[in-house]
Design a protein around this ligand. Structure first.
Ligand code: ADP
Ligand code: F6P
Length: 330
């Protein structure tokens, strides 16, 4: 869809769960916007801040020294009001009042749904995928995934050391909301004995118990189970497994540490290019778009189409993960 008039002022906000690299994306939006002769306004605390007019003018200096920082300098929020028609009207009205004729929304699917509603009310919007969960269907990459999955991997290596020393079983729960991407990647990267993914789990705990007993008989000193947040209940699962196997079992829930920290090179670079790309779309008169990355290229989609897409865990990757963690007598 084409914007009706030339964009002079753009706004940028971060929304939903923060992710490492969001600052790099903000920095790119600000500097690309300024480079194209636009005014840039930063909106604090996502849609919540938009409704409350927490809006500041952004200069190139405001984003100095931010590319290496985790979190989001604009802060973020979840805003229930934005889900209502009244809230959406209010948000559009604030954009108009502040002369914001193009808005870059950095966040996940929920945040894009907000951008879609604003676009329907005449505000030019572009979404940039920012979430550690990698669960946005239109893109192979989301800003923050690489840092989060590396943070989780390093933490799991550490748990594995102590698990081996004590000859324990460890259930390590990783984030991802309803998606199993972080769990799948850690399962492969950490050489886990079991990987439990919400998309695939059959809730057959006896199978896991049998696997632990078999592994112990073969002389394995630890048994690492990566459990995705979408399955959860790691602590009670650990108690049941310990009771059934007689092997000490501990649960570790990695939690919000996975969302923090300095972004990796990959997150900084993807965020920078995606942020600049979003501004270029607005400058070219495009609206109601979402930036994505597919087959080695940065591309964009209509928001309605992007939100209607589905994403499944890659079956081949899942099959390989299982075959590499399986027991072998040979
Ligand atoms: P994410 O953007 O990471 O998916 P959420 O699902 O929490 O995170 O969504 C972030 C915010 O986007 C919500 O708090 C809300 O303000 C807005 N949002 C979510 N869904 C909708 C919707 N259907 N319509 C309008 N706004 C929405
Ligand atoms: O979407 C990112 C995410 O970290 C999910 O993995 C997790 O389910 C959720 O956000 C946690 O949200 P909160 O910060 O509200 O606990």
């Amino acid at each position: 869809m084409a914007a009706e008039k030339k964009i002079q002022t753009i706004g940028v906000l971060t929304s939903g769960g923060d992710s490492p690299g969001m600052n790099a994306a903000i920095r790119a939006v600000v500097r690309r916007g300024l480079a194209l002769g636009m005014k840039v306004k930063g909106i604090r605390k996502g849609y919540d801040g938009l409704m409350n007019e927490e809006i500041i003018d952004m200069t190139a200096r405001d984003v100095s020294d931010t590319i290496a920082r985790g979190g989001t300098i604009l802060y973020t929020a979840r805003c229930a009001e934005m889900r209502t028609p009244e809230g959406q009207e209010r948000a559009a009205e604030v954009c108009r009042k502040h002369g914001i004729d193009g808005l870059v929304v950095i966040g996940g699917d929920g945040s894009f749904a907000g951008a879609q509603k604003l676009a329907n009310l005449g505000i030019n919007t572009v979404g940039v995928p920012g979430t550690i969960d990698l669960d946005i269907a239109c893109t192979e990459y989301t800003i923050g995934f690489d840092t989060a999955v590396n943070t989780a991997m390093e933490a799991i290596d550490k748990v594995r050391d102590t698990s081996t020393s004590h000859e324990r079983c460890s259930i390590i729960e990783v984030m991802g909301r309803n998606a199993g991407y972080i769990a799948l990647w850690c399962g492969i990267a950490n050489g886990a004995e079991d990987i439990l993914l919400p998309e695939k789990y059959d809730y057959d705990e006896q199978k896991i118990i049998n696997n632990i007993i078999q592994n112990r008989k073969r002389g394995k000193k630890h048994h690492i189970i990566i459990n995705a947040e979408g399955i959860g209940h790691s602590t009670s699962m650990a108690k049941r497994i310990e009771a059934a196997t007689g092997i000490e079992t501990r649960a570790t829930i990695l939690g919000h540490m996975q969302r923090g920290g300095s972004p990796t090179c990959k997150d900084r670079v993807y965020a920078s290019i995606m942020g600049a790309y979003a501004v270029d779309l607005l400058a070219a008169g495009k609206t109601k778009r979402v930036v994505g990355y597919k087959n080695g290229e940065y591309i964009d989609f209509d928001i309605n189409e992007a939100l209607a897409m589905n994403k499944d865990l890659p079956p081949y990757q899942y099959e390989v993960a299982r075959s590499l963690s399986a027991n072998y007598d040979r």
